[in-house]
Design a binder for this molecule. Structure first.
Ligand code: HEC
Length: 449
């Protein structure tokens, strides 16, 4: 606790300023102990509406004493249960992923003890300066080299609560006269009713042609299909921010590509709640070709033939696997499931016979489609087999919470009431500069056998 450290350093000064009992002195205070933890671990999402961007939003702000005090007990409960901050990976991975949202034991105790000891404000002079956030108008990736905006403003009607929409735009000669390497991009919402916002890219074929654009908006679909929108590149969703790649890594943005804005609008339905939106995506280019091309490593592990039985609360699909055909750096892992997703695991089987659980997600939550970015890239040798397994909960209890039908067999499908079994790995082959040749020559549907 910061304040106790201060107390022991300056016993005289503090004793004079606050003649208190030992117990009172040790009780954490809001300004001295709690606020720093909230700033660091909670305010990314818990801050006043409008100031945040992407899906980084939560029902209440936790920035001032007045805002936080009524939530003290709820905060203590949720942090002790590791429900907040939301982070679904098993604690065995603490320290592994760069974007982890995890409190250490001391931080948990600070919040719990503060709530348990009367939730005192303490001395406002001890408060750290308020945290500053990028405004919705700001580019957190820096000034982009190319900004692409939805071709038309779109009005999200009053009666909408959830709406999956896709808008597409084809890059002109003027936008992008030549192929460029992208080292960062940001999906920047224009309104505060965006739950998630993803970028998909589809380069033209050898004849310079593109298929018909995706048809949207659509209440039932959760994402545009790869056939007309191309590859999912990332985006912003609950708790994630801009996409920035490690030094030397990037992807090639081809001239004439179709850029698809894949947006989930979410708000309360009701008169006067309708809003206009015209969001943008900013790309930052490398000056030189990058050394490693994203996508030149492992293929995703997917299965399209599974069938989840009615009312089965723990149905396992897989493991299915892929093999690294060259030394590969894994940059990030991402399990993808829909509402019935329950748990997921990536496991590596190394050529020397050893195995390692790369990512265990024991409590998958559909609301948090987390991309797990390695803090130190994970190098796996050629010949490593990666297995991906997913578990689903098609029980009546979960159905009641999410509003799906548990009395039917569930198969692969785009709507969030159908399912997906996808283990994405953002990776790059280690050999070959700037190569976009896919290194993991495994069958595209490795789950079929
Ligand atoms: C990545 C975004 C995010 C972060 C970071 C985050 N929260 Fe939350 N929090 C949410 C969202 C969204 C909800 C509402 C939905 C839910 O309960 O899951 C929520 C709900 C809560 C609730 C209400 C729970 C209830 O039972 O009603 C509390 C208390 C809370 N958060 C505390 C915290 C604290 C304390 C931290 C930091 C230690 C934190 N949160 C960090 C997004 C976040």
């Amino acid at each position: 606790m910061k304040r106790s450290a201060l107390v022991s350093l300056l016993p005289l000064a503090v004793a004079v300023a606050t003649p208190a009992t030992a117990a009172e002195r040790d009780a954490p205070t809001f300004y001295g102990d709690v606020l720093p933890v909230l700033q660091m671990h909670c305010q990314d999402c818990h801050r006043p509406a409008g100031a945040n961007y992407g899906g980084m939003r939560a029902p209440m702000a936790l920035t001032t004493y007045a805002e936080v005090r009524p939530w003290a007990r709820s905060i203590a409960r949720t942090v002790a249960a590791r429900e907040m901050p939301p982070w679904d990976a098993h604690p065995q991975h603490d320290g592994t992923f760069a974007n982890e949202r995890v409190l250490n034991q001391a931080e948990i105790e600070t919040l719990v003890n503060w709530a348990g000891s009367g939730a005192a404000p303490g001395d406002a002079a001890e408060a750290p300066p308020p945290r500053e956030f990028p405004s919705t108008g700001g580019w957190v990736v820096g000034e982009p080299d190319l900004v692409v905006t939805m071709p038309e403003p779109y009005f999200v009607e009053d009666d909408v609560d959830d709406l999956y929409a896709a808008f597409s735009y084809v890059l002109t000669e003027e936008d992008l006269p030549e192929d460029r390497w992208v080292v960062a991009f940001q999906c920047k919402p224009d309104s505060d009713i965006i739950h998630h916002f993803n970028l998909h890219l589809l380069p033209p074929d050898e004849n310079g042609e593109l298929p018909a654009p995706p048809e949207f908006p659509n209440q039932d679909q959760i994402a545009p299909s790869p056939e007309n929108a191309g590859s999912y590149m990332g985006g912003v969703s609950s708790g994630s921010d801009a996409n920035r790649y490690p030094e030397g890594y990037g992807f090639l943005l081809r001239k004439g590509s179709r850029v698809t804005f894949d947006i989930h609008y979410h708000k309360e339905a009701g008169e006067g709640t309708g809003k206009w939106d015209q969001s943008s995506i900013g790309f930052v280019f490398a000056d030189e070709p990058v050394e490693r091309s994203l996508g030149s490593g492992l293929r995703p592990i997917m299965n399209f033939t599974f069938a989840i039985p009615p009312n089965d609360g723990n149905h396992q699909v897989g493991p299915y696997s892929t093999v690294a055909r060259r030394d590969t750096d894994i940059i990030a892992l991402m399990p993808h499931m829909h509402m019935r997703g329950k748990a997921a695991r990536f496991e590596a089987f190394y050529p020397d016979g050893t195995t390692e659980v790369l990512l265990d997600v024991p409590r998958f939550d559909f609301s948090w489609q987390t991309v797990y970015y390695y803090d130190q890239m994970k190098r796996i040798p050629k010949g490593t087999r990666i297995e991906y397994t997913a578990w689903y909960d098609n029980s009546a209890e979960k159905a009641a919470r999410y509003g799906f039908d548990s009395n039917r067999t569930v198969r692969f499908g785009q709507p969030s009431t159908d399912e997906m079994m996808m283990g994405f790995m953002m990776s790059a082959g280690v050999s070959g500069p700037g190569s976009s040749d896919p290194g993991g020559e495994t069958p595209p549907r490795s789950g079929d056998h």
